[in-house]
Design a protein around this ligand. Structure first.
Ligand code: TEU
Ligand code: CA
Length: 560
């Protein structure tokens, strides 16, 4: 089970500040709003808050485009507000993990402003500049936010690389000065007392030299270049350097966001003797309901695939690294709409998914509003959407002649704004998020789904999550027990055990609105059983060798 440490035993809550709580009526969430709600999070049992970026930014990508790494975004408040937030968190024994976005900066960052001036500017090599090829882009890579990954700049007649928006130029990690700058800014925040970093697309910082063309796609102008910019040749060297120069000097927690990572690579990134990171965010379970052509091309999820992928990760990192556990975040649709049922079985399925996730091995991440069962949203008009990825894709597909209603359908299912509608605090106007006009419309279901309704209701999703978190604090097996899948071929029941010493947890979840019979494999023997948690009334003395699971039912038994 590896060494015991606080970050393995913690529950993390992700805050997307823009949408969390507005205190000055400008319609934008702010730092004071977070401070105001700390007791709500403490009550839930949260140990660590991961704060999506709060640095100075022109907000082309809501703070993931940073123009000054050492200042707070004016819309969110001041450095004093931030210091007060950290202080209030530490007072409550909560830790703060900041977002570190250093694969790219904003094009409005001073480094880039200098860099674009001339080919011999001292900052030129802070970014990745190349001359065009036959009057076209230097290579055929597609940006993750649509179109070419290269932007032509007249000033010096060259192109710069941007894997994301053209306002997010990629930093050149080959340049040791860039790495020094990053280590210094990390130290700046660590010296202020923060407790960790979530590192944005950190496995994209090392590109394959020569930046080779990606495999051309039929009928498409640009090609995915991921194999040349994800998990590149110098990744481990860079992370070990960062660890030696910065991370190893502090008792902190690190998680690297890594699209396109597999368990073998993750063992190298998170192995305890490797001195790189504590854990990674992998995406394999997020890709199961898309076609290979990309996230917007939908495909129904098969539970068997989810079992295979999740199990591969649970077993792949067992004793060799550490998993992060998540089913949604600010880039993904809402969990209950995606994997559960946001209609008839909303309550049951939200609790079932929480059970499924929180009983696994790894550090669980709760995304704001998940603890209330917040759902996806459907705005009638594209005008109501704000997310750059969504808007760029809409435009590109429209120009390619796609049917607008089909594009809107993809947005309803996969768009990032699903997760970004304001937090639903109560049933007053704009869900109690703001007294002004929210930057993104609230989900119209806020009168049914909100915090004030749930905090004092013992049957609510919020209170169920509180219990799940408490189980992790009171049962070592929830943190350290090893995972084994049961019934790999069952089409609707996801069942697994956790084992520590002579104890076992039996976790059984029905991923369907049909009832289904669970049969305990004969290999599992026990002398006593205890129901730890469940989302329906259960006869505690009932047998577990065989029982019927109701729609989206979940149960956890402790066996000895
Ligand atoms: O996301 C990286 C990433 O590759 C995806 O999750 C992507 O943003 C998209 O949702 C795929 O469909 C990180 C941040 O989490 C995201 O918010 C930023 O937009 C992105 O990096 C750029 O910084
Ligand atoms: Ca505000």
């Amino acid at each position: 089970m590896g060494n015991k440490t606080w970050w393995k035993e913690s529950v993390v809550y992700q805050i997307y500040p823009r949408s969390f709580k507005d205190t000055n009526g400008d319609g934008i969430g702010d730092l004071k709003g977070i401070t105001e709600k700390l007791d709500y999070l403490k009550e839930l049992g949260v140990d660590v808050i991961w704060l999506s970026p709060v640095y100075e930014s022109p907000n082309d990508d809501n703070g993931y485009d940073i123009s000054n790494y050492r200042e707070i975004m004016k819309e969110f408040g001041t450095m004093e507000d931030w210091e007060e937030l950290l202080h209030q968190m530490h007072e409550r024994n909560m830790k703060l993990m900041m977002d570190l976005v250093v694969n790219h900066s904003s094009d409005e960052h001073e480094w880039f402003q200098q860099s674009r001036l001339s080919k011999d500017n001292p900052y030129r090599d802070y970014y990745i500049w190349c001359p065009g090829k036959d009057g076209k882009e230097p290579n055929n890579w597609e940006s993750i936010f649509s179109g070419s990954a290269w932007q032509y700049d007249e000033q010096t007649d060259e192109y710069y690389l941007h894997l994301f928006s053209k306002k997010q130029p990629d930093l050149n990690w080959e340049n040791p000065k860039v790495r020094r700058e990053v280590y210094d800014l990390m130290t700046f925040w660590l010296e202020k007392g923060i407790d960790g970093f979530r590192m944005d697309v950190i496995n994209m910082i090392s590109k394959v030299p020569g930046l080779p063309d990606g495999e051309p796609q039929e009928g498409k102008k640009y090609a995915p270049g991921g194999q040349y910019y994800m998990n590149g040749p110098r990744m481990h060297e860079f992370l070990q350097e960062m660890n030696a120069q910065v991370l190893s000097k502090y008792d902190i927690m690190t998680v690297g966001e890594m699209p396109g990572v597999d368990p073998e690579q993750a063992q190298l990134y998170t192995g305890e003797d490797r001195n790189e990171l504590n854990m990674v965010f992998q995406f394999e379970h997020m890709d199961l309901d898309s076609q290979p052509t990309g996230k917007w091309d939908l495909r129904p999820l098969r539970l068997i695939d989810l079992k295979e992928t999740v199990t591969k990760w649970q077993k792949g990192l067992e004793d060799k690294g550490w998993n992060s556990l998540y089913l949604n975040n600010h880039d993904q649709p809402r969990m209950v709409s995606r994997f559960g049922d946001d209609g008839e079985y909303w309550l049951e399925s939200a609790k079932m998914l929480g059970t499924f996730l929180h009983m696994m091995q790894g550090t669980p991440y709760i995304y704001q509003g998940e603890e209330l069962g917040m759902t996806n949203v459907k705005f009638d008009s594209i005008e109501d959407y704000q997310d750059i990825e969504t808007l760029n894709m809409y435009k590109e597909r429209l120009e390619a002649g796609k049917d607008p209603s089909e594009i809107m359908h993809s947005i309803y299912v996969k768009g990032r704004d699903n997760a970004r509608t304001p937090m639903q605090w109560d049933e007053s106007e704009h869900a109690g998020f703001t007294t002004g006009k929210p930057w993104l419309k609230v989900n119209p279901n806020y009168k049914e789904i909100n915090a004030s309704k749930q905090v004092n209701d013992p049957t609510s999703i919020y209170n169920y999550y509180k219990k799940l978190i408490d189980l992790r604090k009171t049962h070592e097996i929830v943190v350290y027990g090893s995972y084994d899948l049961l019934l790999p071929d069952h089409p609707t029941i996801y069942a697994y055990t956790r084992t520590l010493g002579d104890e076992k947890l039996l976790v059984v979840s029905n991923f369907s609105k049909e009832s289904s019979t669970f049969e305990l494999p004969e290999s599992i023997t026990y002398r006593s059983k205890e129901l730890l948690i469940g989302n329906y009334e259960v006869d505690e003395n009932g047998e577990i060798e065989e029982f019927d699971l109701r729609p989206y039912e979940a149960r956890v038994y402790k066996l000895k």
